[in-house]
Write a protein that binds this ligand. Structure first.
Ligand SMILES: Nc1ncnc2c1ncn2[C@@H]1O[C@H](COP(=O)(O)OP(=O)(O)OP(=O)(O)O)[C@@H](O)[C@H]1O
Ligand SMILES: Cc1ncc(COP(=O)(O)O)c(N)n1
Length: 274
């Protein structure tokens, strides 16, 4: 069985973070493992508080996994402070795992900050160079690339700027744009588009977490990057189409095992382009 590790924050309400990642891993038939970087007291409406795990404890969790188990892919989510980032970056250097997907989480869907804004330089200098794929949404791409994004051309320019920071591939996600849900992948040479119908729902808590965890799962399963993103786009679109009206705010995506295993029968049509 393929083994995939998430290094991220814990969402006690189960829709995002480590919890969304582990549900996504199970739906893909891979063995999920987790390193908790922050404990977040949050729900579908608000973030109440964040307690960061001590950097040495983050390192020990990563050691515990890697000294014992071969890891086929790593998904990295919420890293709230520079010292957490440095702890994770040091261990990525030490263990050099394959297939690192980095989702640079900055804000929860309800607008609460999950990353200290002063940590962005550390993210760029210390963590981004390890990523095989970086998956910013539009506000995150704006912050990392230091530019405004108003259209698809701007999404492409931001992807090029972020690529120059040392990650091997960039996927700028269009969940925050209007029109169809269009994502753009840049591999340093070409752009590839992944386009799906926008679903009219407020229940999108954890979409970015789910998407990056699905990409990491598909990479672990041996897909090429383009195929991994294509399949993950089907997965996230289906998970949003069947998202759950749980809680009073933005409800979570649905990790419907049968839907996925049955070839996404009720699922998504993804248009790929270059
Ligand atoms: N309403 C929607 N309908 C269809 N697809 C969507 C919708 N909202 C987001 N997506 C898709 O979901 C994926 C996640 O993108 P999004 O931009 O929402 O990430 P994110 O903002 O990082 O998520 P999160 O808020 O969980 O961190 C992308 O493929 C995006 O195109
Ligand atoms: C621990 C954790 N990680 C990530 C997110 C982002 O997800 P969303 O923007 O969908 O709330 C979150 N809310 N909580």
């Amino acid at each position: 069985m393929k083994k995939v590790l998430t290094i991220a924050g814990s969402d006690c309400s189960g829709g995002a973070g480590i919890q969304a990642d582990l549900k996504t891993f199970s739906a893909h038939g891979v063995f999920g493992m987790s390193v908790i970087v922050s404990v977040v007291a949050e729900n579908t409406s608000r973030v109440i508080d964040i307690q960061d795990v001590r950097p040495d404890m983050i390192e020990k969790q990563i050691d515990a996994v890697f000294e014992d188990i071969d890891v086929d892919a790593v998904k990295i989510g919420m890293l709230s402070q520079p010292d957490c980032m440095e702890a994770v970056a040091g261990k990525l250097k030490q263990y050099a795992p394959a297939n690192i997907v980095l989702d640079p989480v900055m804000y929860a869907k309800n607008g609460c900050p999950l990353m200290n804004p002063d940590a962005i330089d550390t993210l760029i200098e210390k963590v981004i160079p390890f990523a095989n794929l970086l998956t910013p949404n539009i506000p995150e791409a704006e912050k990392i690339a230091g530019m405004s994004i108003h259209n698809v051309e701007d999404m492409k320019k931001s992807a090029e700027a972020i690529y120059r920071m040392g990650c091997k591939n960039v996927l700028v996600k269009g969940g925050h744009a209007s029109g169809s849900a269009l994502d753009i992948l840049f591999d340093g040479e070409r752009f590839y588009t992944f386009d799906a119908q926008r679903i009219d729902t407020k229940n999108t808590h954890g979409t970015g977490c789910t998407y990056s965890a699905a990409i990491a799962s598909n990479l672990a399963l041996g897909c090429s990057l383009q195929e991994a993103v294509h399949r993950a786009k089907e997965y996230i679109t289906t998970a949003i189409r069947h998202s759950l009206a749980i809680g009073k705010g933005h409800g979570p995506t649905h990790h419907f095992y049968e839907l996925y295993q049955n070839g996404l029968k009720n699922g998504a049509e993804i248009n790929n382009g270059q």
